[in-house]
Write a protein that binds this ligand. Structure first.
Ligand code: GDP
Length: 446
């Protein structure tokens, strides 16, 4: 089961339980079985799933719960906590600090997405105010330097490498010297990969690490390998003192649950996930917001972080102002549909809001979703400015609805459907409490 579907299945199981008149043993059992099935289809280990189920059963004792307690809330909280436990290593990874010459070395198998991820990592930190640089110490794969050079040039990040030199240690040391002199505060070293874990690869990694003394070694792993992630992460951890992991290719089709839980089982913290080939398809990985997103509760800290890293500075304040106002008008919805249709960076942001990603634009149904947005926008085009800017749901009376339906050439039923969708999103929006995350001065902080 792909990651987006896993989240949908878990939140559906919880929602079904919530709609049951009485939450008793059999309702709870059915809900937990459904969650277990979803996790296993997503490649999570059988034993991990059994432990998760047993722990929830232990914390939720329906008979012991006093009458009047909110059983559903308790079960939901317990499911969330156990999912967090499954993914949390409890070990924070090294975080680069601005102004210091941080050295970060990337390791991983060939094809895992290591070179692409080096640039994504550099670009992410560049947007956060770092002065990153890239060193290509991959002398094994022909074309590795060209690829890094191309990516780095596009992202305007200084790079170093050589077509002639075959000694990766020499290149790494030269690159390090050069960028230390140039006062780069985040020197990223891309090392060679192989098709398989083999002694020569580990020996080369050891030599480069010994010569460059990195503050952090990041292991890049292909997320589509599911449970096999455990052995791979373990082998790299033992051979190269890996301090953090980035799991790539968790875009839509990957059975991400398996890889993420397997890596966590090796006690290596996952710090980012790669979600596509584009440089911005890169998300900070934090367990709690990730689980909140899986459960359909949205990921506000992730959203703020994404905003800082991908929205150009001159557009940030406008968006912050809109978010802080807290008013989710039809006009704001119209603008977001425009963004989603353009598939610009803003679409990634709004896909992190609860209700937007899973229900409004489910993965695999992008075409149908886009047609729906266009239909809704045509309807909104027939509304007056006062109607678009209103926050009063009662404003849209029967006669106004009939007028809009006529004006847009759609049926009354279509207008009602659009308004229902709007109300659903506006309700979620009102629960978000954006102002807590965004202080009045507009400076974002996750
Ligand atoms: P390396 O051999 O480990 O350096 O791997 P590359 O960086 O050359 O990546 C191998 C392939 O994976 C390339 O086609 C990348 O575009 C692709 N890739 C890397 N990261 C991701 C990701 O997060 N999602 C997807 N879909 N593709 C990725």
């Amino acid at each position: 089961m792909v990651l987006a579907e896993l989240g949908g299945s878990i939140s559906r199981a919880l929602a079904r339980m919530s709609s049951a008149t009485v939450v008793d043993e059999s309702v709870l059992r059915e809900c937990l079985n459904e969650i277990a099935r979803a996790l296993m289809q997503s490649d999570v280990r059988f034993k991990t799933v059994c432990d998760l189920q047993a722990n929830i059963r232990k914390t939720v004792n329906l008979e012991a719960l006093a009458a009047g307690t909110n059983k559903r809330r308790i079960i939901e909280t317990s499911v969330g906590k156990e999912l967090c436990k499954m993914l949390d290593t409890g070990k924070p990874a090294f975080v680069p600090k601005k102004g210091k010459p941080n050295v970060v070395m990337f390791v991983g198998l060939q094809g895992s997405g290591k070179t692409t991820t080096c640039t994504k990592y550099a670009h992410y930190h560049q947007r956060k105010g770092f002065k990153p640089s890239l060193v290509c110490a991959d002398t094994f794969r022909a074309g590795a330097f060209d690829q890094l050079k191309q990516n780095a040039t596009k992202a305007k990040i200084p790079f170093y490498g050589s077509y002639m030199e075959s000694d990766p240690v020499k290149i790494a040391v030269e690159g390090l010297e050069k960028f230390r002199q140039e006062k780069s505060d985040l020197i990223i070293i891309d090392t060679s990969g192989r098709h398989m874990q083999e002694a020569a690869l580990f020996e080369e990694m050891r030599q480069v690490a010994e010569a460059t003394k990195p503050d952090l070694v990041i292991f890049v792993m292909d997320g589509s390998i599911g449970q096999a992630a455990f052995d791979q992460a373990q082998a790299f951890k033992q051979s190269a003192s890996v301090g953090a992991v980035i799991v790539t290719k968790l875009d839509g089709h990957a059975k991400g649950g398996g890889a993420l839980s397997a890596v966590a089982a090796t006690k290596s913290p996952v710090i980012f996930i790669g979600t596509g080939e584009h440089i911005d398809d890169f998300d900070v990985f934090n367990v709690e917001p990730f689980v909140a997103r899986l459960l359909g509760r949205g990921d506000l800290p992730g959203l703020i972080d994404k905003m800082e890293s991908i929205v150009p500075a001159d557009q940030q304040s406008e968006l912050v102002a809109k978010l802080s106002e807290g008013a989710f008008t039809l006009r704001l919805l119209y603008e977001q549909f425009q963004n989603l249709l353009k598939m610009g960076p803003m679409s990634q942001i709004f896909s992190m809001l609860p209700g937007f990603s899973s229900e409004l634009m489910p993965k695999g149904q992008e075409k149908q979703s886009k047609e729906k947005f266009k239909r809704y926008m045509t309807i909104m085009d027939s509304m007056t400015p006062a109607e678009l800017d209103s926050t009063n749901p009662k404003l849209m009376t029967e006669s106004r609805i009939i007028r809009v339906a006529r004006g847009s050439g759609r049926k009354v039923k279509d207008v009602m459907e659009m308004l229902e969708e709007y109300k659903r999103l506006a309700k979620m929006w009102s629960k978000l409490n954006v102002s807590k995350l965004i202080p009045p001065n507009g400076k974002m902080s996750a």
